[in-house]
Design a protein around this ligand. Structure first.
Ligand code: SAH
Ligand code: DHB
Ligand code: MG
Length: 234
């Protein structure tokens, strides 16, 4: 974590605080822990949400009584398992993943956690899968998602939010990961494609009257980043 623009001893405190929070408020969950272990064994990048962030997604799902979840960016299925825990056996989680190897590991982790019947991992470019889902009837006749989590290629964040709106009802919640990027989004000279992607999404949300939104910076075991939360208001 020494790549963060803070002294090492400060970063150690961020990490220790996250550890404290997790050990105080999170219970051990075999399915979630095994997923992280399997990801590590397969050398999958450790960019899943942090455990306390996963629990926040779980609580947001419960708070909104959500039963249908759409996720863009599966990786090894860690966040998808959190959503599955929240919606339970009567719910549905559809998660979109580009990399066949990630999708394979995620399916195995999800099965091991007991959520094979709840989570569907759909392989391919998310924009193409979303298009197909539209043709399959998502967004029509009450086939909508209650909550959506966007956590894939940041360049397409705006398009993912737009698809989310097509598949939403009034009251749907859209959460977007990685909107702070170590403070880089606020630096107009930073023209990294993913940073520009996040900024373009903020501009879009600002002008979209169906959405009311905020964003919160996050600091902890995953470094310095942020979550955006948007509510579909009409
Ligand atoms: N939500 C996961 C982490 C996702 S990491 C968790 O917290 O556990 C981002 C994932 O998005 C990676 O697995 C990457 O392969 C995937 N991804 C990147 N571009 C994509 C695209 N165009 N369509 C679908 N998935 C994509
Ligand atoms: C990266 C992607 C993520 O979704 C994340 O949460 C952290 C890092 C990345 O691409 O580096
Ligand atoms: Mg992320």
């Amino acid at each position: 974590m020494s790549y963060l623009p803070f002294p090492e001893e400060t970063v150690e405190k961020f990490v220790a605080t996250d550890k404290y929070i997790c050990s105080s408020l999170l219970q051990h969950d075999e399915g979630l822990s095994s997923a992280l272990e399997a990801n590590r064994a397969a050398q999958v990048d450790e960019i899943d949400v942090a455990p306390n962030q996963g629990k926040l997604l779980y609580l947001l799902t419960k708070m909104t009584f959500s039963t249908r979840i759409l996720e863009v960016g599966t990786l090894g299925g860690y966040s998808a398992i959190w959503f599955a825990k929240a919606v339970g056996s009567g719910g549905q989680v559809i998660t979109l993943e580009l990399e066949p190897e990630h999708a394979r590991i995620a399916r195995s982790n999800i099965k091991n956690a007991g959520f094979e019947g709840v989570v569907q991992v759909r392989e391919g470019k998310a924009l193409e899968t979303l298009e197909k889902m539209g043709e399959e009837g998502w967004g029509k006749e009450g086939r909508v998602f209650d909550l959506m989590f966007i956590d894939a290629d940041k360049e397409n964040n705006t398009e993912y939010v737009q698809w989310g709106l097509k598949f939403a009802k009034k009251g749907t919640v859209i959460v977007v990961d990685n909107v702070g990027r170590k403070g880089r989004i606020a630096n107009p000279e930073d023209n990294d494609e993913s940073v520009k992607g996040v900024r373009r999404m903020f501009e879009y949300i600002k002008g979209e009257k169906r959405l009311d939104a905020t964003a919160i910076q996050t600091l902890g075991s995953k470094g310095w980043d942020g979550f955006a939360v948007a509510l579909v208001v009409e």
